[in-house]
Write a protein that binds this ligand. Structure first.
Ligand SMILES: [Zn+2]
Length: 419
């Protein structure tokens, strides 16, 4: 009898998303979701080796451990493709100031905002940054997240940007979500406030190539392209340096205003454009035709008290691949992809199934991990979420609480439950 490390059985509804990524309306179609009832999943060496009817999977494998899913919903692990989770300090007082009517500029003038996080992050040791990142990753895992993209961007100068990457080195461990590191050009540091051009040159010509010698080496180059951040021309320069040095590209685009950042999808291969509140509906077609994933961040919209929503309907009609992410950062301390799905249902008009696809197989596509993560298929990572609800229709329907009973990251249970 073939051996398995783990068999999860008695799954009421198994949503595999094995045909993903799902474009436009496909993400709403239960026929495309690869749904099985009364299912089982067998795992060996961190990967799914088989799935099918529960009784057959149980009978076919000699399992070291089993897990009774008690008729509940099981989906692929959630993938969070946009976070800023390495930082020191906190800014809870700024939430209060925002609500008392202070503008972002006034908060900056009081010594708050991003430069406060930059100061605290530069002062923190690698060990302290690693400890904070580990706690946040564990919290994310307990909430169902099994892969996390992590950006730099609070160091700004070379040594501190590299320190943020090095803080991730010890976090490749069983039971912790997988990490995709990104080098982010976030803001112009105070040291260069009168020399933007000098900083863009430093980032493109020194920080980008130098990061290749850091362990872990970033997979992605990202730029905060927006009004008040980097211009389209500055962004182009940094992304081109990224391409030359063999990185993949992703972009913060059109969050605060439309300045043409999303047009860059027509010029170079950009795996994901994120935020997109001010995306002109016409550019939805450009993203779809170029295979650029639209990654939407509804909890981030709330954190800046913006009522402007990304054009979810235009993206759907254009046939774009739409993903969701938390944008976890000191201004938006939301570690939960569950809550992001809920917000996508109520703020962006996504169906629960569409939200789940956007948080799994499409989010994996945003990181070019589709095929290995965000889906349940033979050979894919054994990343599974056992939900406290019986069907995908209950995700977003029952909301506001943790609905995750168990999470397996590479077959390892995060909440401790095997039979
Ligand atoms: Zn961001």
């Amino acid at each position: 009898m073939p051996r398995a490390d783990l068999v999860v059985y008695n799954i009421g509804e198994l949503v595999t998303f094995r045909e993903g990524p799902l474009r436009g309306r496909e993400a709403r179609d239960p026929q495309r979701a690869g749904i099985l009832r009364n299912a089982g999943v067998a795992v060996r060496s961190g990967r799914v080796i088989d799935y099918g009817p529960s009784s057959e999977i149980r009978a076919r494998y000699e399992a070291a451990y089993t897990y009774n899913a008690r008729g509940l919903l099981v989906t692929p692990g959630l993938v969070d493709p946009h976070t800023h989770l390495v930082f020191a300090g906190s800014r809870e007082d700024e939430l209060e100031l925002k609500l008392l009517g202070y503008s972002y500029e006034e908060i900056l003038a009081k010594g708050g905002g991003i430069h406060r996080t930059v100061r605290a992050t530069r002062e923190a040791s690698i060990e302290e940054l690693e400890r904070l990142a580990r706690e946040r990753l564990l919290e994310m895992a307990r909430n169902g997240t099994t892969v996390v993209e992590v950006k730099t961007g609070y160091g700004l100068l070379p040594e501190y940007e590299y320190k943020m990457l090095e803080a991730l080195r010890g976090l490749n461990a069983p039971g912790l979500p997988g990490i995709v590191p990104t080098l982010l050009a976030h803001v112009i540091p105070q040291e260069y406030k009168d020399d933007r051009e000098g900083y863009v040159e430093l980032f493109a010509d020194e920080i980008v190539p130098g990061a290749k010698r850091v362990e872990p080496k970033p997979v992605y180059i990202d730029v905060f392209c927006d009004k008040g951040a980097f211009t389209v021309e500055e962004t182009r320069r940094i992304l081109q340096a990224g391409l030359r040095h063999g990185y993949r590209l992703r972009l913060h685009a059109e969050e605060l205003a439309y300045i043409g950042c999303s047009d860059l999808a027509g010029e170079m291969p950009i795996d994901s454009m994120d935020h997109l509140e001010y995306l002109p509906p016409g550019n939805a077609k450009l993203l779809a035709s170029r295979g650029t994933v639209a990654t939407l961040l509804p909890s981030s919209m709330l954190s800046v008290f913006s009522e402007k929503k990304p054009p979810a309907q235009a993206l759907r009609e254009a046939g774009a691949v739409v993903a969701l992410a938390t944008d976890y950062n000191p201004n938006n301390m939301n570690p939960s992809m569950q809550s992001v799905i809920d917000l996508a249902v109520y703020l962006l008009g996504m169906t629960p199934l569409e939200g789940l696809a956007a948080a799994t197989v499409n989010a994996a596509r945003s990181l070019r991990l589709d095929g290995s993560h965000g889906l349940i298929a033979r050979g894919a990572a054994a990343d599974l979420v056992v939900w406290e609800v019986p069907s995908y229709r209950w995700v977003g329907y029952k909301w506001g609480v943790d609905r995750v009973r168990e999470v397996f990251v590479g077959g390892v249970p995060v909440k401790g439950g095997v039979d």
